[in-house]
Design a protein around this ligand. Structure first.
Ligand SMILES: Nc1ncnc2c1ncn2[C@@H]1O[C@H](COP(=O)(O)OP(=O)(O)OP(=O)(O)O)[C@@H](O)[C@H]1O
Length: 650
C-alpha cells in the first residue's frame, strides 16, 4: 500500500484535494491529510508528502522527516464551479479574493486562461488596503471568509484543485505511473469534456435566445442600428438594411452617426433618402452601445392625425350623464350617489372595474355633474398607443422639437382640455416616462411641451380608469407608487355585472326597448340563462347580446336558440364555488328522493366529504344561493328546493 500525506492551508482545501486524489487514484493509496490548524502528534516519516502551496511548506517542514519526498502542488481551477461567473456582466469590476497577493494573481491568470477575460479583476487579500466600496462582485477560490462584508455577490468557485502535472508527479513517485496513467488521463479528460459540454449548452441557450431576438427585431418596421463606443456598426436589422442600401449610404450613415454622437439630442429628425425619419437614441453603458431607432415620420403623423380626428369627432363633450346609467341594484344606486358627491370636488379620481362595466360612462357623468360641465371633456385610451404618440398628443410639442413637420408646433390634449376634464382610460398601460410626466401635471399643475422649456400652467381634472389591479402593478414596480396615490385621491370601484344580478334583466330590457323595432317577449328559459351567465364582458357584452338576438330573431318570443353560443354553453354559467355546488347537488338528490333537507343534515354531510362546514356557514351560503335565485325555501314539509335556474346547471 502506498502512503500519501497531504498538508493544506484550510480544511475546505484539504477536503477538496483529498476528494480529487481519491477519485482519481482509487483505493490503492492510503491518504492522511492535515490542515495547518490540525494537531499533528508524530512527525511524518517514510511517506510521499504533498503540500498544497509553497507558503505552507515552511510551516510544516519541521514536522516532516528527511526520509520523506515532498511535492509542492501546482494548482488549477475547478471547472465545475466556473459557470456562475458567466452571469456577471461584461466589464464589471470584480474582486478576486485569495489568501495572498500571489495566489490572487495566480487565480486571475487561470481564470483569464479559461476564457473568463470579459470582466476586470482586482486582486484582494488580507491587508491589501483596497477601497472595496464600488465593487458589487467578489470571486474567491474557497476563501469566502476573506471577502469584505460590503460585497453583495460572492461567487465561491471552490478551492483550487491540483493540476494534471502534479498528479503525474505523485504517480511517478509512487511508481504507479505505468499502471494508472492511462486510466487517470482518461478520467481527467472525461471530466473536462463533460464540463465543456455544460458550458456549451449554456452558450447554446444564450445563442438561441440571441437568434430569437434577432429574428424579432428583423420583423419590426422601425429601422434599428446599433453602434459600439467607437461608432462601429454592431447590428443592423432588416428594415435598416433596406433603408441604408441606397446610393446615399455614406450620406445616411454620416447623418445617423452625427446624431448618435451629439450628446444633447435624444430625438431628432433625419432626412434619409429624401424622406423624413424620426430618430430616437437608446444608450447602454456596459457594454458601451448606442442604438438608433428610425421611424417613418409620415406614418407617425398619420397615426397622430387619426387619433386627433377621433377625439375631435367626439366633439370634446361628455356624452353621458348619471340618468344614462341604467340600474336597479342598490350597489349601483349607492355608487351613483357617491359619484355625484365626488363630482363636486376637484381631486383626481381613479375608477376601476372590469372591461365594459361602465367606467367611461361614470367619468363622463361625473364631468357633466361638475362645475366643469361647460368646459371640454376629453377621453383618451392608452391601450396600444406608442409612447411617443401619447407623449406628443398629451403634452404637445414645440416647433422643430422632433418632427419639424408642423410649423408652430402642436398644442397637446391637456391644453385643449384646459378648464375641463381629461379621462385617461387604461392608465395601467402607460410607460414609466409618461407616468413621470403625468405625476408632474398632478403635482405642479403645469405641463412641459416635448422639446419645450417653459412650463404651461393648466387647470384640468384627471379621471383615470383601469381594469388592471394597479396596486399589484405598484408592488411589482411597474407603476409609480406616488402617481398611484395622486390618482387615487378619490376612488370608485365598479362591480362586475355578475355581482349585481338585479341589473341584468333590467339592462337587457332597456337595450331591447331601445334597439328593437317591435315589442319582444323574453321566455322564462332565456331569463334564467341570462341570470346565471357570468358576463365576462359585462354591460358591453349584454348590449352585444341584444344586437345579436335582434339580428337573428324572426318570431316574437326570445328563446334559448336565439342566444349566442357563449351563453348557451353551460361552462360559462357556473360562477358557483365548490361549496355552493356541493349544497345544490345535495339538495337536488334529496329533492329527487322526496326527502326534506335542512342545515343540520347539510353540515353533517359536508364533514363526510371533507368540506367541514358548520351550520352557521351553511346558513350564510343558503342565504346567498337564495338571493341569487338558485334555491327557494318554504316552511313545512317541503323544505329547501332548487329553482329552475339551478336545475338547469346542476
Ligand atoms: N349601467 C349602464 N347603463 C347603460 N349602458 C351602460 C351601462 N354600463 C355600461 N354601459 C354601456 O356599455 C358599454 C361599455 O361601457 P364603458 O365604455 O363605459 O365601459 P368601460 O368600463 O369604460 O369599458 P373598457 O374598460 O373596456 O373601456 C358602453 O356602450 C356603455 O354605454
Amino acid at each position: 500500500m502506498n502512503k500519501l500525506v497531504i498538508f493544506s492551508g484550510t480544511s475546505s482545501t484539504k477536503k477538496e484535494i483529498v476528494d480529487q486524489i481519491s477519485t482519481l487514484l482509487g483505493d490503492n493509496l492510503e491518504i492522511s491529510a492535515y490542515a495547518t490548524d490540525d494537531d499533528i502528534l508524530y512527525p511524518i516519516s517514510n511517506s510521499l508528502v504533498l503540500v498544497t502551496s509553497p507558503l505552507i511548506l515552511d510551516s510544516v517542514k519541521p514536522l516532516i522527516r528527511e526520509n520523506c519526498k515532498i511535492i509542492v502542488a501546482r494548482r488549477t481551477l475547478n471547472l465545475s464551479n466556473l459557470d456562475k461567473i458567466l452571469y456577471i456582466n461584461p466589464n464589471e469590476n470584480v474582486l478576486l479574493v485569495n489568501d495572498t497577493y500571489d495566489t490572487a494573481i495566480e487565480s486571475i491568470e487561470l481564470l483569464k486562461n479559461f476564457g473568463f477575460d470579459f470582466i476586470n479583476y482586482t486582486p484582494y487579500y488580507p491587508n491589501s488596503h483596497i477601497d472595496t466600496s464600488n465593487f458589487k462582485y467578489a470571486i474567491t477560490p474557497g476563501e469566502p471568509h476573506l471577502v469584505p462584508h460590503n460585497i453583495e455577490n460572492v461567487i465561491d468557485i471552490g478551492p483550487r484543485i491540483i493540476d494534471i502535472t502534479t498528479i503525474v508527479e505523485i504517480l511517478s513517485n509512487l511508481s504507479m505511473l505505468n499502471k494508472k496513467s492511462h486510466n487517470i488521463s482518461a478520467r481527467y479528460i472525461n471530466k473536462i469534456i463533460s464540463l465543456s459540454r455544460e458550458l456549451y449548452t449554456k452558450n447554446k441557450n444564450i445563442k438561441e435566445l440571441n437568434e430569437l431576438l434577432t429574428r424579432l427585431i428583423n420583423h419590426i418596421d422601425d429601422a434599428i442600428i446599433c453602434f459600439d463606443g467607437n461608432l462601429d456598426m454592431k447590428f443592423i436589422n432588416n428594415s435598416a438594411r433596406k433603408l441604408m442600401q441606397t446610393e446615399d449610404y455614406d450620406d445616411n450613415l454620416y447623418k445617423i452617426k452625427s446624431f448618435i454622437s451629439n450628446q444633447k439630442l435624444i430625438e431628432s429628425i433625419l432626412y434619409l433618402n429624401g424622406c423624413e425619419y424620426i430618430a430616437i437614441k437608446e444608450l447602454s453603458y456596459e457594454p458601451e452601445l448606442s442604438i438608433c431607432i428610425l421611424k417613418n415620420a409620415r406614418e407617425r403623423i398619420n397615426i397622430e392625425n387619426k387619433l386627433r380626428k377621433e377625439i375631435k369627432n367626439r366633439g370634446y363633450v361628455a356624452k353621458y350623464s348619471f340618468e344614462n346609467i341604467i340600474h336597479k341594484s342598490p350597489v349601483m344606486k349607492d355608487l351613483i350617489n357617491i359619484s355625484k358627491k365626488l363630482s363636486q370636488s376637484d381631486f383626481s379620481i381613479l375608477i376601476t372595474g372590469e372591461s365594459g362595466t361602465g367606467k367611461e360612462l361614470f367619468a363622463s357623468s361625473i364631468h357633466n355633474y361638475s362645475k366643469r360641465k361647460n368646459a371640454p371633456f376629453l377621453a383618451i385610451n392608452f391601450a396600444s398607443l406608442p409612447e411617443e404618440i401619447i407623449e406628443s398628443e398629451l403634452f404637445g410639442y414645440e416647433e422643430g422639437a422632433f418632427t419639424g413637420a408642423k410649423k408652430g408646433g402642436k398644442i397637446g390634449l391637456f391644453e385643449i382640455a384646459n378648464g375641463g376634464t381629461i379621462f385617461l382610460d387604461e392608465i395601467g398601460d402607460i410607460t414609466p416616462k409618461i407616468q413621470l410626466r403625468l405625476l408632474r401635471v398632478l403635482q405642479e399643475k403645469e405641463i412641459l411641451k416635448v422639446g419645450g422649456s417653459m412650463p404651461i400652467p393648466i387647470d384640468v381634472r384627471i379621471i383615470a380608469a383601469t381594469n388592471k389591479d394597479l396596486f399589484t402593478l405598484v408592488r411589482e414596480g411597474k407603476f409609480r407608487e406616488d402617481l398611484y396615490y395622486r390618482l387615487k385621491k378619490l376612488y370608485i370601484k365598479l362591480p362586475p355585472l355578475r355581482d349585481r344580478r338585479d341589473d341584468i334583466l333590467h339592462l337587457f330590457n332597456y337595450f331591447l326597448d331601445k334597439k328593437s323595432e317591435y315589442p319582444l317577449e323574453v321566455s322564462k328559459e332565456v331569463k334564467d340563462i341570462l341570470l346565471s351567465y357570468n358576463w365576462p364582458g359585462n354591460v358591453r357584452e349584454l348590449e352585444n347580446t341584444v344586437e345579436y338576438i335582434l339580428a337573428i330573431i324572426e318570431d316574437d318570443v326570445i328563446k334559448p336558440h336565439h342566444l349566442p353560443e357563449d351563453l348557451i354553453s353551460t361552462k360559462r354559467h357556473c360562477s358557483l364555488d365548490d361549496v355552493e355546488v356541493f349544497i345544490l347537488k345535495t339538495i337536488k338528490d334529496f329533492n329527487a328522493n322526496r326527502k326534506i333537507i335542512g342545515r343540520k343534515t347539510l353540515s353533517e354531510l359536508s364533514f363526510e366529504c371533507g368540506l367541514n362546514l358548520s351550520e352557521q356557514q351553511i346558513r350564510s351560503k343558503l342565504n346567498i344561493l337564495q338571493q341569487n335565485g338558485y334555491i327557494e325555501t318554504s316552511r313545512g314539509k317541503v323544505g329547501i328546493r332548487l329553482t329552475s335556474k339551478a336545475n338547469s346547471i346542476i
